[in-house]
Design a binder for this molecule. Structure first.
Ligand SMILES: [Zn+2]
Length: 369
């Protein structure tokens, strides 16, 4: 194991932060698998699972069972981790500009595309090497203005040439699920069986340049521009390790075991555990629909994440106790109620829950901000 400490330059005089990366296996080994947690800084199931995974990786290394290159960044957002306001972690957005930490990653195809004109040939493997080198150069030259810009670039410096990128998040109250593109269905299937995900939300373009998409969309864009000799070599996903309160060593240790099964399945380690679960149910991200609060008030539920629901079914209520008024929260489509908001109070117009269905109901930008 090798540990890298990457300095961030700091937003103001006298302040600096560091990003810590741990590596197992040799730099040149393939597959290169990158795992990070805590990009949204109030989501701790992922970092705790990675803490346990790193112990399993140490044991695998001691047993000579690391065959690929595994990179783990357990806490990917030292900026967000330090941001608390009124005794609560802020988590999802930076306090400087209220930007979502998981949006706005560099578009590598836009940055590197013109420089690849005339440099690609008929050999897909050679093209992968050429494109990865161009991505590395583009990142090294990318413009950095704020500390969060710098964090985005430093994270991607370890990922632009990876074969597999797993970004571990969690939701408010939710069942295990993940978001992925349709480019590598075999790996998506394996991931579901290793992690016990109930649901795989599939989409090629979700909008917003989230971290996971920043590793798959550029390959697709370059393939469209330069043709089929550009393969799609990277699998990248956002995993939602249930809800914010689902933080325990018992669950994290089981999740680490699932991740070891995945690493074994993709050939990064040998002798790993076998997948323990059935496949995730794949649904289009454009079929996942949110219910918005019709009034502000007290939020109560008569359902739980994971319930199968039919459109119009009552899922819970919003109660304005002062006005002695109660309205129903109803399923906006038929399918799986996979997440609910954490809070027991809401403002009018706030999203309260999501149901994933097979029917396409949305288009355009598909991610909640
Ligand atoms: Zn998140």
């Amino acid at each position: 194991m090798r540990t890298e400490t990457v300095p961030l330059s700091g937003p103001s005089p006298g302040t600096t932060r560091t990003l810590t990366r741990h590596h197992w296996g040799t730099e040149e080994a393939r597959p290169k698998v990158y795992l990070q947690g805590g990009l949204h800084a109030d989501e701790m199931p992922g970092p705790l699972a990675l803490y346990h995974l790193m112990q399993a990786l140490d044991a695998a290394e001691a047993g000579g069972r690391i065959t690929g290159h595994v990179v783990v960044v357990p806490l990917a957002n030292p900026v967000g981790l330090s941001e608390w306001l009124l005794h609560k972690p802020v988590g999802r957005r930076d306090l400087e500009g209220a930007n979502n930490f998981n949006r706005g990653y560099p578009d590598l195809a836009a940055l590197a595309g013109d420089g690849l004109e005339g440099k690609l040939g008929p050999d897909p493997e050679a093209n992968v090497a050429t494109i990865r080198a161009a991505f590395g150069k583009a990142l090294a030259a990318a413009k950095i203005e704020t500390e969060v810009d710098e964090l985005r670039i430093r994270l991607m410096e370890a990922t632009y040439d990876a074969d597999i990128v797993l970004d571990l998040h969690c939701d408010h109250r939710a069942v295990m699920h993940f978001y992925a593109s349709t480019a590598r269905p075999g790996i998506a299937d394996l991931l579901g069986r290793c992690t016990g995900s109930v649901l795989a939300l599939m989409e090629d373009s979700s909008g917003g340049n989230a971290f996971d998409e920043a590793h798959t969309a550029p390959w697709r864009a370059l393939r469209e521009r330069f043709g089929d000799a550009v393969p799609v070599p990277c699998f990248s996903t956002t995993l939602e390790y249930r809800g914010q309160g689902d933080v325990s060593d018992e669950v994290a240790a089981a999740d680490a075991e699932g991740l070891m099964a995945f690493l074994a399945g993709v050939g990064a380690v040998t002798g790993g555990p076998a997948p323990l679960h059935g496949p995730a149910e794949a649904m289009p991200l454009a079929g996942a629909v949110e219910f918005m609060a019709p009034i502000g008030g007290i939020v109560t539920w008569v359902t739980e994440p994971g319930d199968r629901v039919t459109e119009g079914q009552v899922l819970g209520h919003v109660t304005d106790a002062a006005a002695r008024r109660r309205v129903e929260i109803t399923a906006p489509t038929s399918g799986i109620l996979f997440r609910q908001e954490l809070w027991t109070t809401c403002l009018k117009g706030q999203g309260l829950c999501h149901v994933a269905g097979t029917e396409i109901r949305r288009e355009g930008d598909l991610l909640s901000d």
